[in-house]
Design a protein around this ligand. Sequence first.
Ligand SMILES: [Zn+2]
Ligand SMILES: [Zn+2]
Length: 387
Amino acid sequence: MEEQYEYRERNVEKDTSKEFRFGEGRISGIASLMLGVLSLLAVLAYLYPSYLTTTELRKVYDAEQLQVVLKYGMYFSLLLGGLTFLLNKGRYKAVGVCGIGLTLVAFALGGYSVPVGPVEPKALSLGVDWLILAFLGSVIVFVTLEKLFPRYRDQLIMRPEWGTDMFYFCFNHLAISAILLFANYHTSHFSWAVSTSIQEMIRSIPIWGQVVLIVLCADFVLYWEHRLYHEVNALWPIHAVHHSVEHMDWLAGSRGHFVQVFSERAMVMIPLYLLGPDQVALNIYVTFAALQAILIHSNLSIPFGPLKFVLVTPQFHHWHHSSEKPAIDTNYSAHTVLFDAMFNTMHMPGKHWPAEFGTTVRLPRSVIGHLFYPITANLKRFKINKR
Ligand SMILES: [Zn+2]
Ligand SMILES: [Zn+2]
């Protein structure tokens, strides 16, 4: 019985040895290294834009204006690397040196003055530009929010398995053109269902009305896709990778088996393609969906007021990631709470938040283990069934 379930407060232990404090040269070291890596990647993207930038994204930003950002990034990397050397007495000196070293390589390759010209589009490229912009945006917006309004104040930014999720973050962004190529190919099979008269009618609705319509249609598809991943035994091990994360924050949502990442994008593209909305409405939806996906995994406790009865919030999706009994196979929606309410799969026990995250059967902890988990778990299931 759900009413009898005893909710507990999540216990996050404070680890002062790993905590970053101002003045110790650790924050500056990490920042210098981060900017060094990003600067080098950016310079490479300016040198080889056909191979390292995203056709769709190039239309949105001004490459020359971003060189100004790159310039400041490079100088700050050098400055912060120097600061680390002055402040830190331990091994973070080396981190600062690496940051400076990478930035100097970026300078040697042409720095922020690589000429920007027309780009010959390639069918497949690596989304280095998308990775850099999404990383900067996420760190500036969400890490700041997590520090200002944390749900668990003692949870560190570099919490356990941080590196694993950073790998997934990089993979998902670098693979963007492959994901879009696959999703477009998949949707092309639905051309028979396109109705120009319906599409014209949809485009005659005001933009915000179109956005609401897209959100609802996308949410319906995502709800059922997500529910199948949970309730079809053979599919669950693919999605279990996303659920194997045991600490929720801005980075946690990146974890996901590539089959899920590709299939989710391909499925959600079908309603968008069939509706044929105005490009502006589509852009608003894509931005909203991307921000909400990070937000709902974040270590954030912002009071959403009455909005929490309409939209999927961190509390709602944190419950979806809980391994506690009453929360198993609930809260499937991605955007609004509508379909969970409608199909009776909602779990929002008032002010309570989960105490435990993860899967009831623990997954392998490595990326390679995750990659093969759908095969190993299904083989195991098959053997048990045969007995
Ligand atoms: Zn799920
Ligand atoms: Zn999630």
